[in-house]
Design a protein around this ligand. Structure first.
Ligand SMILES: Cc1ncc(COP(=O)(O)O)c(C=O)c1O
Length: 355
């Protein structure tokens, strides 16, 4: 039972199909690892991966879907490289480590303004959503889900400047209005596939706002013109992401959201009830559906509970090294049964360690 923050649990049927394709892709006699990226077979995979994102996010033909390399951090660079000229200012909502890091990268290219932050409370709650945002900002960047601290913006706000959303750790976890965003990016390794591929959905009018002379590999426009085939794409990572998106579609976003809510409720209720554990998010309304962060009442119990879980085949619940404690990630592929097993482990641990 894998509760890792990422690379994260993938659906069993996806792992099975992907592993079969490593030996023989679709009866071609070639491994997916050997498939030419400009051939018909990969063309179909790429097209399906794009269309599934479009459909599952409810995006129309006014959006370009790209599949790129470089993970979340390359997007921290590409966003300002493409949209933040030396005379421009971009606004950032500094809600956690990844938002801060994105902002640091942006400062290399232009002026950055912190629109709101919860830095002073070590990001234990969400900052207030900024309301008085200048029309002159090049864009507003925010992280929809703060993977390390376990806070999440549950809806996508509408704004007066292009909204850029890092959805790496909660894309497709619930029904949301993705069309409020001018650009969405998600490193695949949590809800949509393995590490190595990054999905970018960009509204086409944004492609005309690029004013800096940048190398083709860093330009959204060039990637769009070349249909994500500017260089050799991460074929296997895109294929496995496509399989995960197929699984997501088969299950349906409504069912996925209902399960995610059920898993989160089970675990948060136990944290609130259990005398050993305490949730770390100070405002309950900000609690993430995806990353549930908590601590134990002393460091001995912290170590002991990790061991207790490991003996029960529960893995990946150690908190991020910046904050310690525990983090159980309840991404889409984590089952209700696995969540119940974790809750049971917490109850058993409490019984054994109460006095
Ligand atoms: C929300 C978010 N953004 C960005 C990143 C960084 O992604 P990468 O390691 O692919 O650069 C992470 C990593 O966990 C993340 O959770």
């Amino acid at each position: 039972m894998n509760f890792s923050g990422g690379p994260a649990a993938l659906p069993e049927e996806v792992l099975k199909e992907a592993s079969e394709a490593v030996v023989d892709y679709n009866g071609t006699g070639l491994s997916i690892l050997e498939l030419p990226h400009r051939g018909k077979d990969f063309e179909k995979i790429l097209e399906e991966a794009k269309e599934l994102v479009r459909e599952l996010c409810g995006l129309g033909s006014d959006y370009e879907i790209l599949w790129l390399h470089g993970g979340g951090r390359l997007q921290f660079c590409m966003v300002p490289m493409n949209f933040l000229g030396p005379e421009d200012t971009a606004g950032y909502v500094a809600s956690g480590h990844w938002a801060e890091e994105a902002m640091e990268y942006a400062a290399h290219y232009g002026d950055v303004q912190i629109l709101s932050t919860s830095r002073e409370d070590n990001y234990a709650h969400l900052p207030k959503w900024p309301t008085d945002v200048s029309n002159n900002l090049a864009y507003l960047h925010y992280t929809t889900n703060n993977t390390i601290y376990g806070t999440q913006f549950h809806t996508v706000p509408k704004g007066n400047v292009p909204l850029v959303a890092d959805m790496s750790s909660d894309i497709l976890c619930s029904k949301r209005d993705y069309t409020n965003c001018a650009l969405i990016y998600a490193a695949a390794q949590k809800n949509i596939g393995p590490a190595g591929a990054t999905m970018v959905a960009i509204r086409k009018d944004m492609l005309e706002r690029i004013h800096r002379d940048i190398p083709a590999m860093l330009s959204y426009k060039k990637h769009a013109e070349k249909n994500s085939l500017l260089n050799t794409p991460p074929v296997f990572a895109i294929y496995t992401s496509m399989l995960t998106l197929r699984w997501t579609k088969k299950k349906g976003i409504d069912a996925i959201e209902a399960e995610n809510r059920q898993k989160a409720t089970l675990l948060y209720n136990e944290i609130d009830r259990n005398s050993i554990f305490t949730g770390t998010v100070t405002n309950k309304a900000d609690r993430s559906l995806m990353n549930v962060c908590f601590t134990a009442n002393n460091s001995e119990n912290e170590k002991a509970f990790l061991q207790f879980c490991s003996e029960r085949d529960i893995t990946g619940i150690k908190g991020h090294r910046f904050v310690g404690g525990f983090r159980a990630s309840l991404y889409n592929a984590v089952s209700i049964q696995a969540t119940e097993s974790l809750v049971q482990a917490m109850q058993d641990f409490e019984k054994e360690n109460k006095y």
